[in-house]
Design a protein around this ligand. Structure first.
Ligand code: KIV
Ligand code: ZN
Length: 506
């Protein structure tokens, strides 16, 4: 058996499914290029049947990605399989990911199917899909709460019908590492094709904070593929974080004796890219990529690290591509320097038009603040990709505020060729801006989270605002940046509203 564990990245499917992480097709494409570049074996690009934007995202990724296999998700429904076929047609290497639930609770209450009917559906749908796909992954949803013997039957049926990878999802994050590892070992005993002609994959959710521990235990017991996401985003508490899994294998090769093909020096830039594209910021103490991870605060620790770094550091910051906050560019930097720096950060914009747009935004920023840092560049790229093509744009903003007057905002928005203007008051300047935007757009919203942060160092640093806006019962995250935090707030609020409009197709 090979000692290389395959990485199946589902940032753009399971990850994107989580509240506030919705991405448009261009944003997904940029993240997919970074994943491809870092050596991900398989990229799950989306769930094509679910919307036009999903279909477009998977199609664009299929056209562009050069090394990774591109996957689309399907339920055991012919229309879903056809949609994945349509979306991945132009991929160099493509795969279908098809799933159905196998646990008693899901079969009885969700599917309303008897176990025999589930087996028949697996057989029928994989045989149907085999006409279009050589590579098929079958997932038994809620596998960890399924009856073991029935699970084996489901997997044997899938393999006989043509599945080339079998996935064991801990859908609700219920498993305990020792127990999950033993299920994987028993599956390897029951199904001799695992590790030879069929890959055995695991997909662990983090509801009990055990996703990475479960994935590692599975690998110790015979799994040959792990499904994960950048920064661990995903349904509810998320999925196994790719950076945690990969760095655990790297750091403890002595224990696992396994590795992946991931270029770990691209972990940090890919994490940053995703953060700025989605607005979902990892906690400061998030393993591997959190802001605090390579900082030593206590005197005893600092003293130890100065004397000998390994006293308190088990990994080097450079091994994940984390270097000191590097001063990159200023107002005299040209296109060449700008593009070279983007290349170094792993950002490869798709067209000359996009690159020119990014450079224009960079030049405007360099005029407003003297020094432009890597984080500023990620903000520019995040802004550029987050611009919803047919969305609302903030053209103009004027604020009248102070501690003796009622804050008033006057704004001008455009949508396509139409121009809209409004003025509103509020409890503070940000509230006034949001009220003015609401007056124009006329959608009922409520701001559930508002975070403002400096992007880099210096008094002239850009402010980046991240918001969560609740619209019709769902949460949409938005982000905006500017050297003026009120303008950044307006942009972030509009960005969230534009995501809602994109998903609701209005
Ligand atoms: O968590 C889960 O069960 C899934 C399946 C679609 C694999 O995401
Ligand atoms: Zn999942």
């Amino acid at each position: 058996m090979s000692n290389v564990i395959k990485i199946f990245d589902t940032t753009l499917r399971d990850g994107e499914q989580s509240p506030g992480a919705a991405m448009n097709a261009l944003q997904k494409l940029e993240v997919a290029k970074a994943l491809d570049r870092m050596g991900v074996d398989i990229i799950e690009a989306g769930f094509p049947v679910s919307s036009k934007e999903q279909m477009e995202g998977v199609r664009l990724i299929s056209e562009t990605v050069t090394n990774s296999i591109v996957v689309g998700l399907a339920r055991c429904v012919k229309g879903d399989v056809d949609a994945v076929y349509e979306a991945t047609k132009s991929a160099k290497k493509r795969m279908l990911h098809i799933f159905i639930a196998t646990s008693p609770i899901h079969m009885e209450f969700k599917l309303r199917k008897k176990p025999d009917e589930v087996l028949a559906t697996i057989d029928e749908m994989i045989r149907y899909s085999k006409k279009y796909f050589d590579l098929i992954e079958f997932s038994a949803e809620d596998a960890s709460r399924s009856d073991f013997d029935f699970l084996v039957q489901a997997y044997k049926t899938a393999i006989a019908a043509g599945a080339t990878t079998i996935n064991v999802p801990d859908t609700v994050g219920y498993s305990i590492p020792e127990e999950f590892g033993s299920v994987i070992a028993r599956l390897c005993e029951a199904i001799p094709q695992f590790g030879k002609t069929v890959d055995l994959s695991v997909h662990c959710h983090n509801d009990l904070g055990l996703a990475n521990a479960n994935a590692l235990s599975a690998v110790k017991n015979g799994a040959t593929q792990v499904e994960c996401t950048i920064n661990g985003i995903g349904e509810r508490a998320g999925n196994t974080a790719m950076e945690e899994f990969v760095m655990a294998l790297n750091t403890r090769f002595d224990y696992f004796g396994k590795k992946t093909k991931i270029d770990t020096t691209l972990i940090y830039s890919t994490s940053k890219l995703l953060t700025h594209v989605t607005g979902l910021v990892p906690a400061r103490n998030k393993a591997i990529v959190g802001d605090n991870v390579f900082i030593h605060e206590s005197g005893i620790h600092q003293d130890g690290v100065i004397k000998h770094r390994e006293t308190y550091e088990i990994m080097k910051a450079e091994s994940i591509g984390r270097t000191a906050d590097s001063l990159v560019l200023g107002r005299h930097s040209g296109m060449n320097g700008f593009k070279t720096r983007l290349d170094k950060l792993g950002v490869k914009l798709n067209s000359k038009e996009q690159l020119d747009d990014a450079f224009k935004r960079f030049s405007e920023l360099a005029d407003a603040k003297k020094e432009v840092y890597d984080d500023d560049l990620f903000v520019i790229i995040g802004d550029l990709l987050g611009t919803v093509r047919e969305g609302w744009f903030l053209q103009y903003l004027n604020i009248n505020s102070g501690n003796t007057i009622i804050p008033t905002a006057t704004i001008k928005l455009t949508k396509g060729s139409e121009v809209f203007q409004a003025a509103a008051t509020g409890d503070g300047p940000v509230d006034a801006v949001c009220n003015a935007i609401d007056k124009i757009i006329g959608i009922e919203t409520s701001l559930s989270e508002y975070i403002v942060q400096g992007v880099s160092s210096g008094k002239d640093a850009q402010g980046e605002v991240k918001v969560s806006v609740s619209i019709k019962g769902s949460i949409y995250s938005g982000r905006g940046a500017s050297t003026d935090v009120i303008e950044a707030s307006g942009k972030a609020y509009l960005n969230a509203i534009n995501k809602y409009c994109m998903i609701a197709a209005i």
